[in-house]
Design a protein around this ligand. Structure first.
Ligand code: AHR
Length: 517
């Protein structure tokens, strides 16, 4: 019963350890999110930082980035290797629509959720799309230029990378806005590749074949607009009245917002990154929650009137983000120390369980030993008792056989000598628990029956009774004259068990050997 209890406790402790260990091992599922960027620039850096920041609130998310440097072939290979590294979901800004569609379709068909971000493919094989409405951005900036030029002027457009969806959509929206004003004319149009250098090269190309007025330049992004501006200055053009408009409006002194604030650019459109929302969308997909297939992010125009305030607001956001990073670092330290504590706790519990197990085995062995000892003791007593009973039975049988001859009632000298001999033999063997009436009769050179009759006739008692009395009286003497304990006395007077001795002693003297006389 006791052992069972200890075993149950040990099992309980193991269960607790198991729970602790599994909770230490982290109950949350970990996700690997691959992010394939078409290029490396400030806008994409901002997105990367926002995604990384979002992992602070979503433990167990691992981000793996790759950037293709505006090369669709490199991006294909990068997508391949990101997916074969075990990514659970792919976020991708495809460099060019047609060149990357197959690769992205393949990932989608293989069951990897795909989020198209900022740029699109020409296929419907994607899980979700998130990005701004580039057509609306182009349209909004077209209307801005039309307003500033009061519906009359010559415009140059530097379009983004050929084949990329934002370039096509911004152009489409811009042309649609301009076409509403008959006094406005897009005099030249060139492709760039989103970089500042490409904007400069494109403008140089245009100016080499065009020497007319340029009242406004629409760049597919701020960097290309800036490159075009430099080319015009280098060409010696008077740009004091020329509008330079781009897209992105990054909230940094040398980003679009800063360039509008210091009047280098006339306007820009915020091209939202929203890495936090992108992370929520990715996790909703991975966790099987509802999510929108298309998410359009809001854009708005940045002009010299609002650029400074927007920059200030952004500085505040950056300051708060700094706090957030510090808090996250502290939380990380606390998480690490908690993990360590959990490991230590697990080890302590493990040792405790091992200890309880060993203890339970020891307790079981101890109890079994006690049980066996008691059994042995009982068996020894039973054997001694049975032997005495047998001897007495036998004596009675001899008595009943009728073969007895009554000797004289008086103690004769011969009787006295005989009894002396008998006592002297008995005395010699008193400490032997196995001495029997046969042994004594053999030593007296007479039969057992003869000995019995003789002793009985002389003393009125059987030899067994005489032997018992002699043992007990000698024991009584030893009790009062020596400092020996009960067991030692019992063994000295031929009892193999102390408890049996005590029982016989009590039967004879009507008191226990431990009682004072
Ligand atoms: O895909 C759109 C363009 O890509 C952004 O406007 C540009 O700056 C980015 O790299």
């Amino acid at each position: 019963m006791h052992n069972n209890f200890i075993f149950e406790r040990a099992i309980l402790i193991f269960a607790v350890i198991l729970l602790t260990v599994t909770s230490c091992a982290d109950a949350k599922k970990n996700y690997i999110i691959a992010v394939s960027q078409c290029s490396e620039d400030s806008w994409r850096q901002k997105l990367k930082q926002e995604l990384e920041m979002a992992t602070f609130f979503n433990e167990g998310v691992e981000l793996r980035f790759a950037s293709a440097n505006d090369d669709s072939h490199i991006q294909k290979r990068q997508i391949d290797s990101l997916l074969s590294s075990g990514a659970d979901l792919l976020i991708v800004s495809p460099n060019q629509t047609d060149l990357l569609s197959d690769e992205i379709d393949k990932a989608y068909e293989a069951g990897i959720p795909v989020i198209l971000f900022d740029r699109k493919t020409d296929s419907r094989k994607y899980t979700a799309f998130m990005g701004a409405d580039n057509c609306q951005i182009g349209n909004m900036l077209g209307l801005f230029i039309a307003d500033k030029l009061q519906g009359k002027g010559k415009i140059v457009e530097i379009i983004g990378l050929r084949g990329s969806s934002p370039a096509a959509e911004r152009h489409e929206g811009f042309v649609s806005a301009i076409s509403r004003f008959p006094g406005l004319e897009i005099v030249r149009c060139e492709y760039g590749d989103w970089t500042e250098e490409s904007g400069e090269t494109a403008m140089k190309q245009i100016l080499s074949g065009y020497d007319g007025e340029v009242d406004a330049v629409f760049g597919g992004n701020d960097r290309m607009a800036l490159g075009a501006r430099r080319a015009m200055m280098q060409a010696g053009r008077d740009i004091s009245n020329t509008l330079f408009v781009g897209v992105d409006a990054l909230p940094e002194p040398d980003g679009g917002m800063g360039l509008v604030a210091d009047s280098t650019l006339s306007a820009s459109a915020i091209y939202p990154t929203h890495g936090d929302e992108l992370m929520i969308l990715a996790l909703d997909i991975l966790r099987g929650r509802d999510y929108p297939k298309e998410t359009l992010l809001q854009s708005s125009i940045v002009t010299p009137e609002n650029a400074s305030i927007l920059l200030l607001q952004h500085e505040e956001v950056i300051r708060q983000a700094g706090y957030l990073k510090t808090m996250n670092a502290q939380a990380g330290k606390m998480r690490d120390s908690l993990k360590l504590q959990q490991i230590i706790l697990g080890l302590v519990l493990l040792f405790l369980a091992i200890f309880v197990f060993l203890l339970s085995f020891y307790a079981r062995a101890y109890q079994q030993k006690k049980l066996l000892n008691a059994k042995l003791q009982y068996e020894m007593e039973t054997v001694a008792r049975q032997r005495d009973e047998l001897e007495m039975e036998r004596d009675k049988l001899i008595e009943l056989s009728g073969d007895c001859q009554e000797e004289s009632d008086h103690l004769s000298r011969r009787d006295s000598e005989f009894m002396q001999k008998f006592y002297s033999v008995l005395d010699k063997h008193l400490d032997n628990p196995d001495i029997s009436v046969e042994d004594i009769s053999a030593e007296l050179c007479m039969s057992r029956a003869h000995l019995y009759r003789k002793v009985k006739s002389v003393t009125g008692l059987s030899p067994v009774e005489i032997i018992r009395r002699t043992r007990l009286e000698k024991a009584d003497k030893l009790l009062s004259e020596t400092g020996l304990n009960i067991s030692e006395i019992a063994y000295r007077v031929g009892f193999s068990s102390a408890s049996y001795f005590s029982k016989c002693y009590r039967d004879y003297f009507n008191r226990l050997p431990t009682d004072k006389k």
